[in-house]
Ligand binder design. Structure first.
Ligand code: SF4
Length: 243
């Protein structure tokens, strides 16, 4: 376990630009640092930073078995174009095995969704971090997104694998993200241009209407009757304490 002075390190990181923050994580943690990529546009930005730095660190992509084909295509595009070391992680059960075991499609109900997200997203990620003794996971959270993310530090602890999470664009606006991607001509998920600001599994993601919140299209089927419903899948411990 790396022993980091969080307060001092966060003060230092706050003064740095994104590439310096990514370089800090890679230099400090070496091959124990990974990037958790959702293939959304913040992930495109961070994968591009790995490319700029020539980092051969693992970039983790969790294939839930329910992704849009555009998501899988983008993963392959990044591997071809930038020669990144993208590692695809899988849940223990296929979608069919999971349905047989639980005798239902878990994602369809309020009670089943947390279990589905745990089995298909969080568990493969945490298992990999623990099994491979990884100590740092980069992510693309931003304070502007609100909820618990608004109060997060750039470097924080994730007790589920006894390591750290580093969010190098935590203090960035969406405009800054878009400007970076445009300037460096980085490919982004095509569904962002079709009113999908937030993209997860196909069966749990819809487009948003003008004026709707960014994450309104996630798990919309669980809010059809006006209930609050889930906002996050909890792959990011800071969003809700983890599951
Ligand atoms: S987003 Fe939906 S399908 Fe994907 S893991 Fe979570 S509940 Fe399951």
């Amino acid at each position: 376990m790396f022993d980091i002075d969080l307060e001092k390190t966060n003060q230092m990181l706050a003064e740095q630009d994104v590439i310096e923050r990514v370089a800090y994580g890679i230099k400090t943690f070496g091959s124990d640092a990974v990037l958790l990529s959702s293939m959304q546009k913040t992930a495109s930005l961070l994968m591009h930073c790995f490319y700029r730095l020539g980092a051969e660190n693992d970039i983790l992509f969790v294939d839930t078995g329910f992704h849009f084909h555009e998501t899988l295509n983008l993963r392959d595009d990044f591997m071809r174009r930038y020669r990144l070391n993208i590692v695809t992680l899988y849940p223990e059960l296929t979608p069919e095995q999971q349905e047989e075991k639980y005798t239902c499609k878990l994602y369809k109900t309020e009670q089943g969704q947390p279990t589905c997200c745990k089995l298909r997203k969080s568990d493969p990620f945490i298992r990999y971090m623990n099994d491979q003794n990884k100590s740092l996971a980069f992510g693309g959270l931003r304070r502007e997104e609100g909820n618990a993310r608004a109060n997060l530090d750039i470097l924080s602890i994730d007790p589920r694998f006894g390591g750290y999470r580093l969010n190098p664009i935590l203090d960035w606006t969406e405009e800054m993200v878009d400007n970076y991607l445009e300037k460096h001509e980085v490919p982004i998920h095509p569904l962002h241009a079709e009113s999908y600001p937030s993209i997860g599994c196909q069966c749990c993601t819809t487009a948003v209407a003008p004026g709707e919140e960014e994450r309104a299209g996630r798990w919309r089927h669980l809010r059809d009757d006006g209930k609050s419903g889930p906002v996050y899948c909890d792959i990011n411990f800071s969003d809700g304490g983890g599951i």
